[in-house]
Design a protein around this ligand. Structure first.
Ligand code: NDP
Ligand code: GDR
Length: 326
């Protein structure tokens, strides 16, 4: 039997890697795409596969979700769609709550309304731990520090609740930062590696950043989507942390990236307070022991190797395309 998966956020970083993974495993993949005035499919344009089907819809439009879930009858649903930028969530807090919190509720209700037997993955985040000091694992107390973190915490708990209330196979993957050459250009790692590439090619001389002291646990997105899939294949629905277990400052990520291109970061990085958040999350370092022991999942790529592969990719991208777009 061919398994059908439904992915929200299919046009995002994780959605594109997950689509490749599921198609390679023989799934029929259905993805939710938002209507925009320009096409927003650059991360999945390269996938030419008759098992991939795209549908217009939106997490803020419950009717579209009800209709799609009823018609597709998926075996697995991956809820990756979100307004995923922490800083932006302070500027569009209400929309962030609508898409990232109520959107999850709409999707869960669409599954319930269709009365289907399917497994549900919720893209939860280390941002839910916020101000609680590291190391953070599945038992750590939550203390979100942004409208984004608070919205995701709602989705985390409503996922747990639907598992307990309705016996739905629903899991929450609490993922720490994961990056790749497909990372959005305004997240700090990609901003740095694109900046390094532009400086290396003589297109600019300066990269302007905010807080360099923040500590994050950066892994490689391609490895993390494998962890998502494994969570849905287990016998029982449980929540898991995916992380590398290693903390790196933004400053160190700069050092790794510039050094890989033969540059000294201190010669090029400028500071702008405008990139700081009203409330910062100082340090996120995950303890992924449970994912290793229960799922056999372990991160292979760590911050330095990640910075290097992203710098190589961005130099190549700017050389061949002249811009960050694929
Ligand atoms: P991206 O920002 O790259 O992708 C987000 C996706 O959500 C895009 O496909 C976007 O569509 C879609 N989307 C945004 N708003 C809506 C909406 N209202 N309705 C439907 N779709 C919408 O995120 P990532 O791939 O990096 O992350 C995937 C998920 O995992 C997100 O939920 C994120 O919050 C979460 N997460 C990410 C982590 C990370 O480090 N990457 C860590 C922990 C959790 P469009 O292309 O049109 O903008
Ligand atoms: P984060 O990622 O907030 O952890 O959320 P981001 O890359 O935006 O910030 C990481 C840290 O870098 C600091 N920083 C800057 N950040 C950005 N974006 N731009 C800058 O110029 C800059 N300078 C310093 C930030 O203050 C922060 O401390 C990501 C998202 O993918 C979420 O969706 C996900 O849930 C979490 O990771 C885990």
């Amino acid at each position: 039997m061919t398994k059908r998966a439904f992915i929200t956020g299919i046009t995002g970083q994780d959605g594109s890697y997950l689509t490749e993974l599921l198609l390679a495993k023989g799934y029929e993949v259905h993805g939710l795409v938002r209507r925009a005035s320009t096409l927003n499919r650059s991360r999945i344009d390269h996938i030419q596969d008759s098992n991939l089907h795209l549908h217009y819809g939106d997490l803020t439009d419950g009717v579209s979700l009800v209709n799609l879930i009823r018609d597709i009858v998926p075996h697995e649903v991956y809820n990756l769609g979100a307004q995923s930028h922490v800083k932006v969530s302070f500027e569009v807090p209400e929309y962030t709550a609508d898409a990232d919190a109520t959107g999850t509720l709409r999707l869960l209700e669409a599954i319930r309304a269709a009365k289907i037997d399917c497994r549900f993955y919720q893209a939860s985040t280390s941002e839910m731990f916020g101000a609680t000091p590291p190391p953070q694992d599945e038992t750590t107390v939550f203390y979100p520090r942004s409208p984004y973190g608070a919205a995701k915490l709602y989705s985390h708990w409503v996922t747990v609740n639907y598992r307990e209330a309705y016996d739905l196979f629903a899991v929450s993957g609490i993922l720490f930062n994961h990056e790749s050459p497909r990372r959005g250009e305004s997240f700090v790692t990609r901003k740095i590696t694109l900046g390094v590439a532009a400086i290396k090619l003589g297109l600019t001389d300066t990269l302007t950043l905010g807080n360099l002291d923040a500590i994050r646990d950066w892994g490689f997105a391609k490895e993390y989507v494998e962890g998502m899939w494994r969570m849905l294949q287990h016998d029982t629905p449980q929540d898991y942390v995916l992380a590398t277990g290693i903390g790196t400052t933004v400053r160190e990520f700069c050092e790794y990236s510039f050094a890989h291109a033969g540059l000294n970061w201190e010669d090029h990085v400028a500071y702008d307070k405008g990139y700081e958040r009203p409330t910062e999350v100082d340090a996120l370092i995950g303890d992924p022991s449970k994912a290793k022991s229960v799922l056999g999942w372990e991160a292979q790529t760590h911050a330095k190797g990640l910075a290097e592969l992203m710098v190589d990719s961005d130099i190549e991208l700017l050389r061949t395309h002249g811009s960050a777009r694929y």
